[in-house]
Design a protein around this ligand. Structure first.
Ligand SMILES: NC(=O)c1ccc[n+]([C@@H]2O[C@H](COP(=O)([O-])OP(=O)(O)OC[C@H]3O[C@@H](n4cnc5c(N)ncnc54)[C@H](OP(=O)(O)O)[C@@H]3O)[C@@H](O)[C@H]2O)c1
Length: 243
């Protein structure tokens, strides 16, 4: 028996990085996983690397309400959701354009709210289920160039507390996890200079994180071990915040 045996978990952002690792870890703990992302080939790669049976992938662009609605219509009841899909963009304030605000907020904030709303309205969230939102340490910092990303995640943190209050009557829990820097493809796409990257790593007393480090926190949040935890924002950052 695994930690998540008998539980059905939806993981968004399942086609790469942390979401892919979360899918593997949930499956290894006996959970049945519904995987969601846009890229079919990479979703299939994730699926083929997972233990267990009954997993299913869904192709969906979360910036489209219609596509979210279509996937929600195919899902059966869930015991947990990991809202992991997200995008990043480093833009100094004076170069911000409306289209960039829309892009970041559509994926990192609006889509999480719309998906939560549709799952609740369709009664697809079982009593005592766990909703886990992958936010970011950036939401609590003031790093130059991160305004759009940081504020989209800060808005998410705020939303999670309200959702937690609204669903608690059914024993449903909603929490955010705020990781510091984790080595994934999201970072390679941001073209951070290797030297700057190495310097950032020096600020982490325990070094930079791995997807598995965050995955262990996700397993805890999804399991009944965290049944008295809600409305929380867990910072997991290798000691970065000690300063
Ligand atoms: N890496 C870090 O240092 C770090 C730190 C703190 C928080 N985070 C957060 O952790 C989460 C995962 O990040 P990661 O580093 O694993 O990034 P990643 O490897 O780039 O993965 C992002 C995932 O989101 C999916 N996605 C993006 N836009 C989407 C859309 N419109 N519709 C559906 N799926 C979409 C991507 O799949 P498709 O392209 O196939 O759609 C992909 O599976 C994000 O929310 C990120 O903000 C990351």
């Amino acid at each position: 028996m695994g930690l998540l045996s008998g539980k059905h978990i939806l993981v968004t952002g399942a086609s790469s990085g942390m979401g892919r690792v979360f899918c593997r870890m949930v499956a290894a703990e006996g959970g049945r996983v519904s995987l969601l992302a846009r890229n079919k080939e990479r979703l299939k790669e994730t699926l083929s690397s997972m233990k267990g049976e009954g997993h299913q992938y869904y192709i969906c662009d979360l910036t489209s309400d219609d596509q979210i609605m279509a996937v929600v219509g195919k899902l059966d009841a869930l015991d947990g959701v990991v809202f992991c899909a997200g995008v990043n963009d480093y833009v100094p304030v004076k170069f911000i354009k409306q289209v960039k605000i829309d892009n970041i907020f559509k994926t990192n904030y609006y889509s999480q709210i719309i998906l939560t709303k549709m799952l609740l309205k369709k009664k697809l969230i079982n009593d005592k289920a766990s909703l886990v939102y992958i936010s970011s340490l950036s939401s609590q910092l003031g790093v130059p160039g991160t305004l759009l990303y940081a504020s989209s995640k800060a808005a998410l943190n705020s939303a999670v507390r309200v959702i937690a209050a609204e669903v608690a009557g059914k024993g449903i829990r909603a929490n955010a996890i705020c990781p510091g820097i984790v080595k994934t493809s999201m970072l390679s796409r941001t073209n951070i200079d290797e030297e700057i990257f190495a310097k950032q790593a020096e600020d982490y007393p325990l070094g930079l994180g791995t997807p598995e480090d965050v995955g262990n926190a996700v397993l805890y949040h999804l399991s009944d071990m965290s049944k008295w935890l809600t409305g929380n924002c867990m910072v997991i950052d290798g000691g970065y915040s000690l300063k």
